[in-house]
Design a protein around this ligand. Structure first.
Ligand code: R1P
Ligand code: URA
Length: 316
């Protein structure tokens, strides 16, 4: 059994800073050597759930309140803790913090840096980070939930590439194996408690920097290849089939490689759990009705809630 520990980061400068302001969250850490107030407010966090939309994260907090804590979380889960920052929303329910991250790696990386520092100042023990998102599927039925093994970027490399001090830095984009397996194990729990009418699978997840051309869509404002020519349906399908067959990619969203890489780099165990809204081999437009979207978006809630109940709440 692994030893439980609080987060220790690889940035030596943090030890030299006497105070820290988590600007986008509007959370002030006035004395980094005495963080009792931060610990009181956030020190009990065991899981940080992240997803693109504010409203989804509020719905998730509500779902967890009723389905993990049976309506007795004792939390004011509708209060947006990060309201003053006007960038992201955060809702606390029991030991789970549900935070929105916007669209794409750049907005998510900002909130992720600040949340990782927050759990470190709060001395949280082994906090897990789980993204609960939507995606486009590859060759799988819409509504399927994919738990990511590795993140892939738009160049079909399993890495997150970032320019740091004018140099290309590439970091591995592997998600935590144990967490993935524990989440997948909760599929069996469903069979005992409540049969899923939908599939949960493991697969690699591509996270692109662009929803349209980056994901090979034909319906963006531009649809142009490297040689300046427009790309065709066949070009798109060849690319998507290559993603599927050569890289084991089963769904496409916009954060997976960054999320996997930054959490791995900072020693945080993380998972990416996304429902697919459409099969990209059959089209580009997301045409789900409001009711379908609600049903689909709730599917990862169900899996992650079962996981939290089984491995976090009911585990010693
Ligand atoms: O459903 P969310 O979490 O917003 O994530 C997906 O949806 C957005 C694009 O519509 C991207 O951020 C993509 O990753
Ligand atoms: O196709 C899709 C659907 C949701 N999110 C994405 O990034 N792509």
């Amino acid at each position: 059994m692994s030893q439980k520990r609080s987060v220790s980061l690889k940035n030596p400068n943090l030890d030299e800073m006497s105070s820290d302001f988590l600007y986008h969250l509007a959370v002030n850490v006035p004395d980094t050597k005495n963080t009792a107030d931060i610990k009181k407010q956030y020190g009990h966090i065991k899981v940080v759930c992240l997803g693109g939309k504010d409203s989804r994260m509020l719905e998730l907090a509500k779902y967890i309140h009723f389905n993990v804590y049976d309506g007795n979380s004792g939390s004011d889960y509708e209060r947006n803790l990060f309201e003053e920052g006007h960038r992201y929303a955060g809702f606390m329910v029991g030991c789970v913090l549900c935070v929105s991250h916007g669209v794409g790696s750049s907005t998510m990386s900002v909130v992720l840096h600040e949340l990782i520092k927050l759990v470190r100042y709060a001395e949280c023990v082994d906090p897990l980070f789980i993204r609960i998102g939507t995606s486009g599927g590859l060759g799988i039925k819409p509504g399927t939930v994919v738990v990511a093994n590795k993140g892939y970027n738009g160049l079909l490399r399993s890495e997150y590439e970032i320019a740091i001090l004018g140099e290309r830095v590439a970091r591995s984009a592997q998600f935590d194996e144990r967490l993935r397996k524990d989440l997948i194990a909760c599929t069996e729990v469903a069979d005992a408690e409540e049969q899923n009418a939908w599939d949960i699978i493991e697969g690699n997840t591509m996270g692109t920097d662009c929803f349209y051309e980056g994901q090979g869509r034909l319906d963006g404002a531009s649809c142009t290849k490297a040689n300046g020519e427009p790309y065709t349906v066949d070009d798109k399908l060849n690319f998507l089939k290559c993603c599927h067959d050569e890289c084991g990619i089963r769904n496409i969203e916009m954060e997976a490689p960054m999320f996997a890489a930054l959490t791995l780099h900072c020693g945080i165990r993380a998972a990416d759990v996304c429902v697919t809204l459409l099969n990209r081999l059959e089209g580009d437009q997301v045409k789900s009705t409001k009711a379908q979207l609600k049903d689909f978006e709730e599917r990862p809630f169900k899996l992650v809630s079962r996981f939290i109940r089984r491995y976090i709440i009911n585990s010693p």
